[in-house]
Design a protein around this ligand. Structure first.
Ligand code: BGC
Length: 353
């Protein structure tokens, strides 16, 4: 049986109590969550030598989570990734969202779901549920959006299941994801360039210089964005391919093959050093593979156990609706109609290579 325990992590600057929820299954998987940003703090799994390894970047102090702008482990909402010019049109009405990425809207705006204090509940099955009600016109999004993120771990397989549910009283946009940075050798192992990634996608959405899709859906064939066969992250990361130059590494949305709204394997990653393998499955149409290009930088905030969080020492695989979908007819819109139920799933499954 999976167990859950709860302990105080600390108080936010505003004085709200934040708790750590620890889920443990009977195959040595431990997941720590918190109600600040409905965030995953750690995922510990055994490596090939049975050494328990924490494969997630994060911090030891709550104040660092409050300060950070890299979204480590957090829930992203209402809308993952970028919206060009921060503008959306719903029911012929234009909404000017807050801009927090030059002229664009990124990951929910100035104060996205990653910076909110969520309510919580531990269920009878030992799942942890986080609740957040986003008021009408928060970040200029229409409608009051009631959101619930449920985390559960399976007992026999090391799978973390994240279920996203939401309802709104007006038609709105809803595109929730998780922004964990993985390092499959452990959070303190430095660069991820020797780790392998596979993305089950024949196409990607092409970006502008500002990392926003320009509407073109391109084949990965004969490009460095071809991850159909597992490839070291570092293999092509310094290529002169324009998409890679724009983002200083990998940072595109891939079009998951055979999308039909059921849960499908979208990507996998592994390290031959630790032997740890991650599989990502979802019922969403896209996945952002981001190779941590903007980690580090001038403001050095140390991560767990005083480890530096440097450029490319973690990677993200963010399941999502395609970014900038409102601009293009042929992109499925992440519109949640009033009183309909948003229900999407992400699975992170761990095993050994
Ligand atoms: C985006 C990056 C962005 C990062 C923020 C990723 O999801 O794709 O472009 O810089 O989030 O830390």
């Amino acid at each position: 049986m999976t167990t859950v325990s709860k302990k105080l992590f600390g108080a936010t600057q505003k004085g709200e109590n934040i708790y750590i929820f620890t889920l443990i299954n009977n195959s040595n998987m431990t997941v720590e969550l918190m109600n600040y940003g409905a965030t995953i703090i750690s995922i510990k799994v055994p490596d090939k030598n049975n050494k328990i390894t924490d494969v997630l970047l994060g911090y030891d102090e709550l104040s660092k989570y409050e300060k950070q702008d890299k979204y480590l482990g957090a829930t992203i909402g209402r809308c993952a990734n970028r919206i060009e010019n921060a503008e959306i049109t719903i029911n012929n009405k234009k909404y000017k969202l807050n801009k927090n990425d030059n002229n664009n809207h990124l990951h929910g705006g100035i104060e996205g779901f990653d910076k909110k204090v969520w309510n919580f509940e531990i269920t009878e099955n030992n799942d942890v549920k986080f609740f957040y009600t986003s008021p009408d016109m928060e970040e200029n999004y229409p409608g009051e959006l009631k959101t619930c993120v449920t985390y559960s771990i399976e007992n026999e397989t090391n799978t973390l299941k994240i279920s996203y549910n939401a309802t709104s009283n007006k038609d709105t946009i809803c595109n929730l994801t998780n922004h964990s940075y993985f390092n499959l050798d452990g959070f303190n192992s430095g660069s991820v360039l020797n780790q392998y990634v596979q993305i089950l996608a024949d196409y990607y959405t092409q970006n502008t210089k500002a990392s926003v899709p320009d509407g073109k859906i391109c084949s990965v064939k004969n490009t460095p964005l071809d991850f159909r066969i597992p490839k070291k992250i570092g293999q092509d990361i310094n290529s002169s391919f324009e998409q890679i130059k724009f983002a200083n590494g990998f940072d595109n949305n891939w079009v998951i093959n055979n999308y039909d709204k059921t849960i499908k394997k979208a990507a996998c990653a592994y390290s031959l050093k630790s032997g740890i393998k991650l599989e990502v499955s979802t019922d969403l149409p896209g996945i952002q593979f981001y190779s941590g290009n903007y980690l580090g930088g001038d403001e050095k905030v140390l991560g767990k156990s005083e480890t530096a969080i440097d450029k490319r020492c973690g990677f993200c695989l963010e399941c999502q609706f395609f970014p900038n979908a409102f601009k293009y007819e042929h992109f499925e819109k992440p519109v949640l109609k009033a009183n309909e139920i948003y229900n999407k799933t992400i699975l992170y499954s761990f095993s050994l290579v």
